[in-house]
Write a protein of this length. Structure first.
Length: 414
């Protein structure tokens, strides 16, 4: 049989207007493409990693020495953070959407004893893990965290900061404070908030471990580096218990970033083949973030999310989210049940919006790296046209009036 040679893969431009990944910044793509062919131990690659480590500390707002990045996507960073969870550890996990639910499953897998894992390898139910399921569309509140930690007194507690499954912002201050009061080590999924919201992790001392991703707020490529940061309490616990992993062991990973025995060293210790191209892209994304400034970027997200929120409301949609990078909405009553049809129609035309991935089915429209009036105008009008094709009576004048209210009359010309 002759070998089949497929045609060269040609991926067209798409407007990534979902919860993430966002469209990669052009400067990051240029940095990736222009990196020279060099081995992973080249001096400039290693220097870039050291500089990334220091830039990450500033972006996270932390003095944590163990602040670096895990090769891969956000799931890689989360898996590294969860590596300290040992079988039998008492854990409380708060789930209020698709992704905090997957995080909770990861914690159940990590904390399961061999017998508990064997009983149901893909969906174990260890006795030491309590999962608090908050209804879709509702946040995790500080009051709830306080109540649950007081009742269960776990070793670890977990919460997502921003849950993109439903577009809800959870109470980070309440979570951290409750962890301190009850002597619990908090773990936070900051995949969707890092680089979008203006916060410093050192302001939340109840959180011992943080994990994020490269492809959302930092506007980098997926499969580059997922930022993580750990307080000394986390690292000391990890030293005591160990972890059933080599690649995602934070202590071992940190060594390649020039962090050994809690201190920065001149040269990292090899144990991982890193990509010079990925380092160059990640380095540029961090430079972009610092040049713009988190306060400025966060203000820009608030401005443009408000504009899009008002625009879809003029189309008869009901927004139920409170994130500033994502609008989660219900269609008007007469289009209820046609959410998937609308999303599929949009994606067929290169307009990448998303449905929710768990019930109830809603529509998610993101603005990652789309922080200008022209982009929001384009997103709003594409969505309006998609509704029109489903039979909605779109008031174009009202839509334009709403956008003009936020941007002025110049928006129409962009």
């Amino acid at each position: 049989m002759p070998t089949e040679i497929f045609p060269q893969l040609d991926i067209p431009e798409t407007l990534a207007a979902g919860p993430g990944p966002g469209n990669t910044d052009a400067r990051v793509l240029r940095a990736f493409a222009r990196a020279g062919v060099a081995d992973h131990m080249h001096a400039d690659v290693l220097r870039g990693m050291i500089e990334c480590k220091h830039m990450l500390r500033e972006i996270w707002g932390t003095t944590n020495t163990y602040t670096f990045a895990i090769a891969g996507t956000g799931w890689s960073g989360l898996d590294a953070m969860f590596s300290a969870i040992m079988p039998g550890d008492k854990v409380v996990a708060f789930s209020n959407g698709t992704f905090s639910g997957i995080d909770a499953l990861t914690l159940r897998i990590k904390a399961a004893t061999p017998c508990e894992l064997a009983a149901d390898p893909l969906d174990p139910c260890p006795a030491s893990v309590v999962v608090i399921n908050v209804p879709h569309g509702q946040p995790v509140t500080g009051e709830l965290v306080e109540e649950v930690l007081d009742e269960h007194q776990p070793k670890w507690a977990f919460m997502a900061h921003w849950e993109t499954g439903s577009g809800r912002v959870n109470d980070l201050r309440g979570f951290s404070d409750a962890c301190i009061r009850h002597g619990v080590m908090g773990l936070v999924d900051a995949v969707s908030s890092l680089g979008v919201d203006d916060f410093s992790i050192d302001d939340f001392p109840g959180v011992a471990g943080w994990a994020s991703c490269p492809q959302k707020g930092l506007c980098c490529l997926p499969l580059t580096y997922a930022p993580v940061s750990f307080r000394d309490t986390y690292i000391e616990t990890l030293k005591t218990t160990g972890a059933y992993t080599y690649v995602h062991n934070p202590i071992l990973e940190a060594r390649h970033w020039g962090i050994v025995d809690g201190a920065d060293v001149d040269k990292g210790t090899y144990h991982r083949t890193h990509s010079g191209y990925a380092v160059a892209a990640f380095h540029e994304s961090l430079r972009l973030t610092l040049q713009e400034g988190l306060a400025n970027r966060a203000a820009s997200y608030r401005l443009h999310e408000a504009a899009l929120r008002d625009a879809v409301a003029t189309l008869g949609c009901n927004v139920t989210s409170d994130m500033t990078s994502l609008v989660v909405l219900n269609l008007p009553d007469h289009l209820a049940g046609r959410e998937m049809e609308l999303v599929q129609n949009c994606r067929a035309e290169g307009f990448g919006i998303w449905p929710t991935l768990s019930a109830p089915v809603q529509i998610r429209i993101g603005i990652l790296n789309q922080l200008n009036a022209g982009a929001i105008w384009d997103i709003a009008n594409r969505f309006a046209e998609a509704m029109r094709k489903l039979g909605a009576d779109v008031d174009q004048e009202a839509l334009e009036t709403s956008l003009h209210k936020h941007y002025g009359t110049s928006v129409a010309a962009q």
